[in-house]
Design a binder for this molecule. Structure first.
Ligand code: NAD
Length: 294
């Protein structure tokens, strides 16, 4: 039976470690890390995500600033606000919560963020530095997965890693990170996507599977070999009459049957999901300590 990778526990551990470090920074009279978040409009899910990020900052002793802008904010107004944050020495890092209203070009906004403060790791400079294995801010979900592999001492060197899904926020960066000459890393990587033919031929050869396509219970036991390490990134919310809330979260992996064959597996919820906040806080600490750009 597989070892269950407890993302909730690891995320709490990381947050405790950061809290201790912040306390010692404070005792030495150093600058308290300060994260800002811009929220445009009032999308329900975005409100929840940003709220959780601000709350996490408070809990570990970071300063945080939430900047709320109305749905009608123009692209120029948002870029002006971003310019202010870029030039504010008090703010170590900030995020612009996505998605943005349709009339705002997201790529333009991502590129307006000063790479030195790009704690979401979405700026092309951050992505380029990641590909070159230079110090940078890694995007939250991939950074969280790397932490899980590291903290569970999962051997990656020389292994065959198959990634399913090639999004800019998960699949593509994961394929880059797992192939880097680093630890975790040094894998032989196959990046698969919607145009991949005979996917099962690839997944059956995987020592490590990173599944991020967004289709509930897509990966089944007949698609994996014994002893595989499975990282399930998917989150799909489906109606359910078995829960009080009326819905249930599903990963991209048919958990019970795949867990029976795997050596390690992340559950959904409680696996990769809780790690994203820890990643953001780690990036903000790095920004504050000028570890990426001196
Ligand atoms: P996306 O929706 O942007 O893209 C999906 C990818 O899957 C595409 O690259 C597509 O080519 C590929 N794909 C689709 N069907 C496929 C198939 N049949 N075979 C192989 N590849 C296929 O992806 P995303 O934004 O990375 O999200 C993926 C899932 O991960 C979603 O469920 C999302 O909610 C979840 N997610 C979770 C977290 C987390 O913190 N746990 C973070 C981000 C995304």
């Amino acid at each position: 039976m597989a070892t269950i990778i407890d993302g909730k526990l690891i995320s709490e551990q990381i947050q405790n470690e950061i809290a201790i470090e912040v306390q010692s920074i404070a005792e030495q009279g150093g600058k308290i890390p300060h994260l800002a978040a811009i929220l445009v409009g009032s999308d329900g899910a975005s409100e929840t995500y940003v709220g959780a990020k601000v709350k996490a900052c408070e809990k570990i002793g970071f300063e945080s600033t939430l900047i709320r802008l109305p749905e009608s904010t123009t692209e120029e107004d948002l870029i002006r606000k971003i310019g202010e944050l870029n030039n504010d020495p008090g703010i170590d890092g900030y995020i612009v919560q996505l998605p943005l209203p349709k009339h705002i070009n997201e790529q333009k906004i991502i590129e307006a963020v000063d790479p030195k403060k790009d704690v979401d790791g979405f700026h092309p400079q951050s992505v380029g530095r990641m590909a070159l294995n230079l110090p940078t801010y890694l995007p939250a979900t991939p950074y969280g997965i790397i932490q899980l592999l590291e903290r569970y001492n999962i051997e990656t060197s020389g292994k065959h890693c198959v990634v399913i899904g090639r999004s800019n926020i998960v699949g593509s960066p994961m394929s880059i990170l797992m192939a880097r000459n680093a630890a975790p890393g040094n894998c032989t990587v196959t990046l698969t996507h919607s145009r991949t033919k005979n996917l099962k031929e690839f997944t059956l050869k995987a020592d490590i599977l990173i599944v991020a396509l967004g289709k509930a219970e897509f990966l089944t036991a007949d698609m994996v070999k014994d002893g595989v390490v499975v990282i399930d990134v998917g989150i799909t919310r489906l109606p359910s009459d078995k829960t009080k809330s009326g819905y249930k979260l599903f990963g991209d992996v048919k958990y019970d049957e795949v867990a029976a064959k795997a050596s390690f597996i992340t559950p959904v919820p409680g696996g990769v999901g809780p790690m994203t906040i820890a990643s953001l806080l780690m990036n903000t600490l790095k920004a504050s300590k000028k570890e990426v750009y001196r």
